[in-house]
Design a protein around this ligand. Structure first.
Ligand code: SF4
Ligand code: SF4
Length: 339
């Protein structure tokens, strides 16, 4: 497996990392087998989060014998220094380790949140303290709002990595700008949603495309042995797309571009509390049979859903991609309820 240096962390990461969201659907035994297979295939970067169900627990249990070979990255929605200590303590216990390689401030999506995180008494201050105490080794930030992440990197040199969605559909000027500033500042780049949440056809071409964009590590979610095999083989020998393959991939994604929610979150908050981007994402993923039931369950558990939309239209005025959000929400609602 090819390795790259994760920016100023200096960590040598496999170009294919392990996205730890779907593992929560496996039994402990299945999860341990899958993790052993991933390590055997040369994957050494494992991404999880406090909010991914029991993913941290499974990764901790599954990798405890291989701890020295693995780089553990986790994250939590910590926003204040006060919260950080308990979040890190919990992650250390769940991951069965005495030091976490990378701890990230999870899903910073709005300007006031970023301000809170970076201000005195904010999460970053708490994480710097954790780093001094040896509980974590490096600090990063994650989110979907690439413009905001750009500002975060500009404002703090303590941030050593940035994790954001990037794929052949979500390839706009904000993603490119973020990649560029990260490179300039020596910040490691961790790419989530390399397959746009699994909705892009031609996964192999799609991953080969992202691996040639100068990123450090991509973290597709993996739950099947076949996924480990295919993804790790792409990282063993990097093969840039031929012009013909690129044309084929672009032709496949073109029809999707028009109505694809890029998760930038500019449309939120909705005055009625409708979680717009989350519904868009669930509505896309429900088309994938492996996660269909999970998406439906998650939708059913939402406090507010598309039916709470009063069709005021404010979100559409804020969407930079001019998406017909109201119509899209209705369609996603239909897909998420149908049997
Ligand atoms: S149109 Fe619906 S989803 Fe959009 S802001 Fe108005 S109420 Fe919220
Ligand atoms: S609906 Fe538009 S504004 Fe909202 S998250 Fe998606 S792309 Fe961004």
């Amino acid at each position: 497996m090819q390795k790259r240096i994760l920016g100023k962390t200096g960590l040598q990461v496999s170009v294919i990392g392990f996205g730890g969201i779907p593992i929560r659907k496996l039994s402990m035994r299945e999860a341990k087998n899958l993790l052993a297979e991933a390590v055997g295939a040369g994957i050494n970067f494992f991404d999880t989060a406090q909010g991914y169900g029991d993913s941290e627990v499974k990764i901790g249990e599954g990798l405890k014998e291989k701890r020295k070979e693995c780089i553990l990255a986790t994250k939590s929605p910590c926003r204040t220094a006060e919260e950080v200590a308990s979040h890190v303590r919990k992650a250390l216990a769940r991951l069965k380790t005495d030091s976490i390689d990378l701890y990230q401030i999870h899903h910073v999506s709005k300007a006031p949140e970023l301000e809170r995180v970076l201000s005195p008494g904010g999460a970053l201050e708490g994480l710097i303290r954790q780093k001094k105490e040896g509980n974590i080794k490096h600090i990063g930030i994650t989110g979907h709002n690439t413009d905001l992440l750009y500002k975060a990197l500009e404002q703090s040199e303590e941030l050593e990595t940035v994790q954001f969605p990037f794929n052949i559909i979500e390839d706009g000027k904000n993603e490119r700008a973020l990649l560029k500033i990260a490179k300039k500042l020596g910040v490691g780049t961790i790419i989530m949603k390399p397959l746009a949440g699994g909705v892009i056809p031609e996964p192999e071409l799609c991953l080969r495309w992202i691996l040639q964009q100068g990123v450090d590590v991509i973290i597709p979610g993996m739950i099947l042995s076949t996924e480990i095999k295919m993804n790790s083989s792409l990282g063993d020998k990097l093969r840039p797309l031929s012009p013909q393959e690129l044309s084929r991939l672009k032709a496949k994604v073109k029809p999707m571009e028009q109505d694809f929610c890029r998760r930038c979150l500019y449309c939120e908050p909705c005055a009625e509390g409708v979680p717009i981007y989350f519904i868009q994402e669930l509505g896309d993923k429900v088309k994938i049979s492996a996660v269909k039931d999970m998406c439906k369950e998650m939708y059913a558990s939402l406090e507010k859903n598309a039916e709470d939309c009063t069709e005021c239209g404010e979100c559409e005025e804020k969407c930079p991609y001019e998406l017909p959000i109201r119509e899209m929400l209705k369609e996603k609602h239909r897909l998420l309820l149908e049997s």
